[in-house]
Design a protein around this ligand. Sequence first.
Ligand SMILES: [Zn+2]
Length: 335
Amino acid sequence: MRVEVIVICIKNRDVSLTLAGLIAAQARLPEHHPVVPVLSARQAAIEAGIGGEERLAEVLVKSPFPFENHIFHDLSLSSDTQFDTHCLTPWFGLIFEVKNISGVLDFKENPPQLISTKEDGQICGYENPAAQLQRNCEFLKEWLWRREFTLPVYGAVVLAYPKQIVRTPPSRTKILFPTLVPSFLKSLPRQEPLLSQDTFNWLSSDLLANHHRFIPQPVSDVYNLSYREFQSGVRCTACGRVGMVKKPRSWACRFCDTRDPLAHEQALLEWFLLVKRTITNRECREFLGVDIKTASRILKGMNFNTQGTYRDRVYLMNFSEERVRFILKREKPIT
Ligand SMILES: [Zn+2]
């Protein structure tokens, strides 16, 4: 009898702090600031990438498999490696590098580069995802080996949409569209399982426990901006405009009249994404436009980590996924 096992998603994609930072920066910079088009192009590229990853996630979750398959989205086992999608089975590990880049694609090997020729003839160069995938597979093999597992690790580059046309494929890397992923997974060799049920579950928990959330450099550092260029104040959590006014126990939007008692939480998260990784009481009151007492109450209520003594105390954001989702009012997992 054929037993079909539904894929278990062990880890969803983290909320992208890079994207949250880019959106906040554009809302807080003057409309005609020269960096705005750069931020907006970067935002579009990140959203396209997320769209691609979500499309693959959807296909995987809807595909019954005749064997156990644990899925991890957006897993980072070190500060500089990130697996878009990782499948762990008792026989092998499999990493997918997902790309959503439009145009005619040429995977060049020397030097490793992905060249895309757009419909209007514009040519753009990107890091070669095949080379990136190769590095990620090596990293995972090594990571498993250090835990005394010798599990084969496979990889494939997934192009999110068939509108992406491949003119020169990479010589040694499999290229797939999302709908082809389930049959590719089923085609990989499975003889005797290399992991017992307990070890398989243990390894899944260990991968999850070793995930490092990616925290981007502040936007002002990356794009060489002064924090004075950003408009200070609390941004409305409904209409996105800066200028909420402090009321007793709440904030009120001057534009759409939305009331939100926790609107300062998003503003403070934006400080860390735009300006720097720490905040003092003085910076908090300048940025939110509140008095010293209110700033103290807000900072204490945020459950921040602190460094330093009373006079030069600085507060640091807790970037846990649960906290970030709560602040951005996105408590439910996306995928
Ligand atoms: Zn509003």
